[in-house]
Write a new protein. Structure first.
Length: 611
């Protein structure tokens, strides 16, 4: 499509994810690769059309004229994406993927492989290669080497090879005809401060096929008896693609500034690591027998938090450094005119007590699975628990990162969890008795205060913060803790109150009463909350209700099985950064809760896993 007839912005749900466990690309249903940051998830955009408009660059490979998408899928248990269009009498299929960093042999470069093939008749297609590096949309220095187009920006370079050979110039759409039996294969190699290795397109295709075999083997290790196994495996693959292999860190999302409200200002940069979100993800990996991912994350966290220890930062870069200060990008139009487009994140300096609970819970799940914590890891966990024991009475920003600190009940619950799990780890790891007594006393004090100040008898529910009657969907964590019995009317009343008063309809939940966060405008329903409700229902013996809700939420996935952070209750449109680690991790834990739910024939179910 020409610049004179710009492509309309596809729905967020139209995008598929490609990844190599180092960075990730988003590809629209028309074949437009509209988002790719290099050399890492949090690097500069090479193709930024998603939020930067046409001037930010794209790499589109697809039909030249009117076409209808007749099939779009990931090849089963792989990260390879297929899109098929009906074009006149023929069909055109784009098969594409990235070579996973963790599975590379001697390839220092990122490789994106894209192949067009035709069936039934020849099909007219187009290749539009328009890389623009960075927030200023810098054009490259261009030359042709080794039968490839090479684009350079200082220490960063890309090489585009095509077979059969095709002359391509950046920014100029090139028409091609794809004939049955004669596929067109493109390979894009990227290098930063490294030699740019040219890989022949046919050899790159063979590497992608080999990569598929490794992904299938990785997926095949997931328990065959797991309920909703296909959906769980897709979410696990998504989490793995969002894990930065060089460090083991799990990024919250690969995008920035996809809006929580189209046209609004709730646009944030999620290309960083929230220890909370990452811990929930690694607990999901552990629960399906994937300890390597958990071990990698704990090692990263140990390294990343060392400069601020014993304090646990709210978020970090992929290499464990301070997140850049939040700033707006002038001139970037945003997705559906949602401005500002932001890089960096202002939540980096917040005190979020709940993060300690999630992280120590993940460490406990790791230990519970039979893995002993390294001495230095245990020292770090002990330091985190000491912070909780000392600071739990202070107000914090909470899981929702509000700008005015408050006495959030969910934060207190997670402080309780941090100390409880630390004490459980101490059953098999050395701990001075004085420290043990201090943790135990703080744990009991938190429980007593939450029961007294965190429950509103007029509402019949635990509430969002002390002294207020607002509800908080994060309190659905209650059945996962031993602070209050899952049989108690308080726990069940909280679940029912949240389900009723925070309902957005159709199984969706708001995370708190809309508009109660100090920002103008509104937001969508928060997708992880619905999966937390599934988990809460399953843990409290309401397995059939949990399954019914889980099926409803599975139907709300994109056609490729992906989820954003939020959803518009009126239209079902996915909102916010995408795909979202927290949503996919919550889906996996919900499925595991259904598996372990008590039934009349099984009594109390399987042993409890992590929160």
């Amino acid at each position: 499509m020409s610049r004179n007839c710009p492509r309309p912005a596809p729905p967020i749900s139209d995008y598929g994810l490609l990844g190599d466990t180092r960075t990730a690309a988003l590809v629209a249903g028309d074949g437009g690769l509209d988002w790719l940051c290099v050399p890492r998830f949090d690097g500069e955009p090479l193709f930024g059309r998603l939020v930067g408009g046409p001037d930010a660059g794209t790499f589109r490979v697809g039909p030249a004229g009117p076409a209808t998408v007749v099939g779009r899928r990931y090849r089963r248990h792989t990260a390879t994406l297929e899109t098929t269009w009906a074009v006149g009498r023929g069909r055109l299929t784009l098969t594409e993927g990235m070579i996973a960093e963790a599975n590379r042999r001697l390839l220092p470069t990122t490789l994106i492989v894209r192949r067009l093939s035709a069936e039934a008749a020849a099909v007219d297609a187009v290749v539009e290669f328009d890389p623009r590096l960075g927030v200023r949309h810098r054009r490259p220095r261009v030359q042709h080497r080794h039968q490839a187009l090479v684009c350079e920006w200082g220490s960063f370079a890309v090489a585009l090879g095509v077979a059969p050979r095709l002359t391509i110039e950046p920014g100029r759409p090139v028409p091609i005809t794809v004939r049955p039996g004669c596929p067109v294969t493109l390979v894009l190699a990227l290098a930063h401060h490294e030699p740019l290795i040219h890989v022949e397109p046919v050899a790159a295709w063979d590497l992608l096929v080999e990569d598929e075999s490794r992904w299938r083997a990785w997926s095949g290790e997931v328990d065959e008896s797991l309920p909703f196994r296909e959906e769980v495996v897709r979410s696990l693959l998504t989490l793995r693609l969002l894990t930065y292999s060089p460090s083991g860190a799990l990024v919250a999302a690969p995008t920035t500034s996809l809006p929580e409200e189209p046209g609004g200002i709730r646009n944030w940069d999620y290309r960083y690591v929230w220890p909370r979100d990452a811990s929930i993800g690694v607990s999901a990996f552990l629960s399906v027998g994937k300890p390597d991912e958990a071990q990698g994350f704990l090692a990263w966290l140990l390294h990343a938090s060392r400069l601020q220890r014993p304090r646990l930062p709210a978020l970090l870069t992929l290499h464990g450094r301070h997140v850049p200060a939040e700033r707006d990008l002038p001139g970037w139009p945003g997705y559906l005119n949602s401005v500002p487009v932001r890089v960096g994140n202002g939540a980096a300096g917040q005190h979020q007590l709940d993060g300690y609970g999630w992280v120590i819970d993940a460490a406990w799940a790791f230990a519970q699975a039979g893995h002993r914590l390294y001495n230095e890891t245990w020292r770090a966990v002990r330091g985190f628990a000491d912070v909780v024991a000392r600071c739990w009475q202070e107000p914090d920003a909470g899981i929702w990162e509000v700008r005015e600190p408050a006495q959030h009940v969910h934060s207190k619950l997670m402080g309780w969890l941090a100390l409880d799990r630390a004490l459980l780890i101490a059953d098999t790891h050395p701990l001075p008795e004085r420290q043990r007594r201090r943790w135990r006393a703080a744990r009991e004090a938190i429980a007593a205060e939450v029961r007294t100040r965190g429950f509103d008898p007029t509402v019949g529910s635990y509430v969002r913060s002390y002294g207020f009657s607002d509800l908080d969907a994060a309190l659905l964590v209650l059945p996962l803790l031993d602070l209050d019995s899952i049989e108690s009317s308080r726990v069940r009343g909280t679940i029912d109150a949240i389900r009723d008063r925070l309902s957005a309809g159709g199984g969706l939940l708001y995370r708190y009463p809309p508009g109660r966060d100090g920002f103008p405008g509104t937001e969508g329903a928060f997708l992880p909350c619905s999966f937390w409700l599934v988990q809460a229902l399953a843990r409290t013996g309401r397995r059939d209700e949990a399954i019914d809700l889980f099926r409803i939420m599975l139907d709300r996935a994109t056609p490729l099985g992906l989820y954003a952070e939020e959803m518009d209750p009126a239209t079902g449109a996915h909102l916010g950064n995408y795909p979202q680690t927290l949503t996919h991790a919550a889906l996996i834990q919900a499925a595991l809760a259904i598996r372990d739910a008590p039934t009349p024939d099984t009594g109390s179910g399987r042993p409890r896993g992590g929160a």
